[in-house]
Ligand binder design. Structure first.
Ligand code: FAD
Length: 586
């Protein structure tokens, strides 16, 4: 599309919707992001009967990224989710303390389904999308049906049940909080998973200050009420502890001067360090900073029981001694578990012993047809090099000589690394410049050019490669890249049907037509409070401090799902800078 055509469309949009002009003017002050353009209202011309029905479960990162990128009118899409909006989860800790308002980080899913956020191209066509606010309670993969129940907790008394048929099912339902069955956690702890959780935490923090401020309470009781315990030293627990510390020290102690010295924040972590998935420099900086800030970080402290007023911990560094800590508010943030209806489904398809729904690298659920799973509810079962060693050998040995030269292997290298990313990772981690180094290591000290390997020698050379296989982290980055990947596969489904030969031939019959999913890690942030953030960027580049905080602001502004939420979030940040956070209990 030419820039002239784009501006023509933009100006038409302004005439139709004058309020958008104001919005765009506001948004030009924001860093990053792409402009929102409306897709042409051309509805699909594909006869309804020829359309394939795609059912998407979930409106989180994976589900919405699939929806945003699906642009083939041959599909009719039905989305089923108990949430009729998308929530930008990385900003949930900011909602707990009122740095950002809850409504600023959500976008109605109907907006996302209707508009083309992904490109300016006038070639884009609308896909028919129907949304049902309900939860899926059962999947019947054999008959291609899902069973749903609407769950409206109000006077509508909605407990409607209905069944939906599908041709393709996309499972993107995220995960549950994992309590490890610790007694009392569900009853007494807050979780930080949904927007409602963040709102509830915000109200409870303010409640604690108001209660502790009441007359006639003993000093000891006030201390208990103002003790905030956070369980789990991962990115979410750490970010929440930092946000709470900022809220208390920048806003609350000014408003509650009489009780400010009684406030305490404790972070309980069973492992030896907080942020253990980050670079050691970040972990050390975070632990030092929290110590300076007066946040009590207790490592080696495993929570074994929670009552309404006390948390019991097993001190792993002290021979398992059990300690009890009085608390006013506890937030539980120790990782994720599988949703019950997904567990049932896994049992149905022979995956009962798995931790999450296992898929192949094309995100197809193993053990059933036309069902895909992505995001936090799924895990990719990466194919092992050793399982396919004979096929790899055959692929590389073009002249069928029975031995493999370095040159032959190098020619097949791109395809092999695409199919088995662990090979590339192994070479990188062992500082090998290429396959020649690997083969040389297996063969001994001979000239690289003259190396020839038979299949047994190739097995020896590649024997350690599979040890580099990694599970992908449960992050928004992974979920959203998977959604985009799958939508692109669906967009090209017909084209691939005409030309079913894909780039790889290792698996012979039944292999998929598309390149497997490859995750691209774009870096990770750990906000540590006081306008300081730690960033671990690709290539193990670490940056910590105020500059990373500005990078965090611009990345999170640019990653918003729409210009509307982008504008709201930036306005909230500005408001907080000027007026501080609001401490009203609403
Ligand atoms: P979700 O986004 O959880 O979406 C699941 C969807 O499924 C929801 O719409 C839900 O309503 C719906 N659903 C649930 N049950 C059913 C059902 N029975 N039927 C139909 N639909 C159902 N990741 C990062 O990369 N960077 C970060 O900074 C970051 N910060 C985070 C901070 C917090 C506080 C939290 C909680 C998570 C954070 N994450 C971050 C992780 C990230 O949010 C998740 O990895 C991501 O949300 C996973 O996406 P998903 O689509 O799989 O699941």
């Amino acid at each position: 599309m030419t820039s002239f055509a784009f501006f023509q469309r933009l100006s038409k949009s302004f005439q139709d919707h004058p309020s958008h002009l104001k919005l765009i003017l506001l948004c030009t002050t924001v860093t990053g992001g792409g402009l929102l353009a409306y897709s042409d209202a051309a509805s699909s011309e594909v006869p309804v009967t020829e359309k394939k029905k795609v059912v998407v479960l979930g409106t989180g990162w994976a589900g919405t990224s699939f929806l945003k990128n699906l642009n083939n009118p041959r599909y009719e899409v039905q989305v089923v989710s108990p949430r009729n909006y998308f929530a930008f989860t990385p900003l949930l800790p900011s909602v707990t303390c009122g740095t950002v308002e809850a409504r600023s980080i959500v976008e109605p899913v109907r907006n996302i389904a209707k508009k083309d956020f992904s490109s300016f191209s006038s070639e884009q066509k609308e896909v028919d999308v129907l949304f049902s606010e309900a939860e899926c309670v059962k999947i019947d993969a054999e008959n291609r049906k899902i069973y749903c129940r609407s769950n409206m907790n109000n006077n509508l008394n909605g407990k409607e049940e209905f069944v939906v048929d599908y041709d393709y099912l996309i499972i993107a339902v995220g995960a549950n909080v994992n309590t490890f069955n610790t007694p009392g956690v569900v009853e007494n702890c807050h979780f930080l998973k949904e927007v409602e959780d963040a709102q509830k935490i915000r109200r409870t923090v303010i409640d604690c200050f108001e209660r502790a401020n009441l007359p006639n309470l003993s000093e000891e009781e006030k201390k208990r009420i103002l003790h905030f315990a956070i369980v789990g030293g991962g990115p979410t627990g750490v970010e929440f502890a930092a946000s709470l510390h900022d809220f208390v020290n920048e806003d609350m102690i000014r408003l509650y001067p009489g009780i400010k010295d009684l406030v305490k924040i404790t972070l309980l972590e069973a492992g030896d360090h907080i942020l253990s998935m980050f670079d050691k420099r970040i972990t050390a900086f975070a632990e030092d900073k929290f110590q300076r800030d007066g946040i009590d970080v207790k490592t080696g402290s495993m929570v074994v029981k929670v009552t309404d007023k006390e948390i019991s911990t097993k001190e792993l560094k002290n021979g398992g001694e059990i300690k009890t800590i009085p608390y006013g508010m506890a937030v539980w943030s120790t990782g994720i578990g599988t949703r019950p209806f997904i567990k049932d489904f896994m049992a149905q398809i022979g995956q009962a012993s798995r931790r999450a729904l296992a898929t192949d690298e094309w995100l197809r659920v193993e053990g059933c047809n036309n069902v895909y799973a992505l995001g936090d509810c799924a895990t990719i079962n990466q194919r092992k090099v050793m399982e396919d060693i004979a096929a790899i050998f055959k692929k590389a040995d073009k002249n069928n000589s029975g031995t493999l030269t370095v040159k032959e292997f190098q020619e097949a290298m791109n395809d092999i690394c695409e199919r088995y990313p662990q090979l590339e990772l192994y070479l990188k981690n062992n500082q090998m410049r290429g396959i020649a180094d690997l083969l040389k290591e297996a063969k001994g000290d001979v000239k690289k050019e003259s190396i020839e390997l038979n299949i047994e020698e190739l097995k020896t050379a590649l024997s350690k490669v599979d040890s580099q296989m990694k599970f992908l982290p449960a992050t928004a980055q992974v979920a959203s890249q998977q959604g985009t990947y799958l939508a692109k596969c669906f967009n090209r489904m017909e084209e691939c049907e005409k030309n079913p030969e894909g780039p790889l031939r290792f698996r012979g019959e039944g292999r998929h037509r598309f390149k497997p999913f490859r995750y691209k890690h774009l870096g990770q942030f750990a906000p540590l409070g006081g306008e300081q953030t730690a960033a671990q960027l690709p290539g193990d580049w670490v940056s910590i401090g105020h500059s990373s905080q500005w990078l965090w602001y611009s990345v999170y502004a640019s990653k918003q799902v729409s210009w509307r939420t982008r504008a709201l979030v930036v306005t909230d940040w500005t408001r907080r800078f000027i007026f501080g956070r609001d401490s009203s209990r609403i």
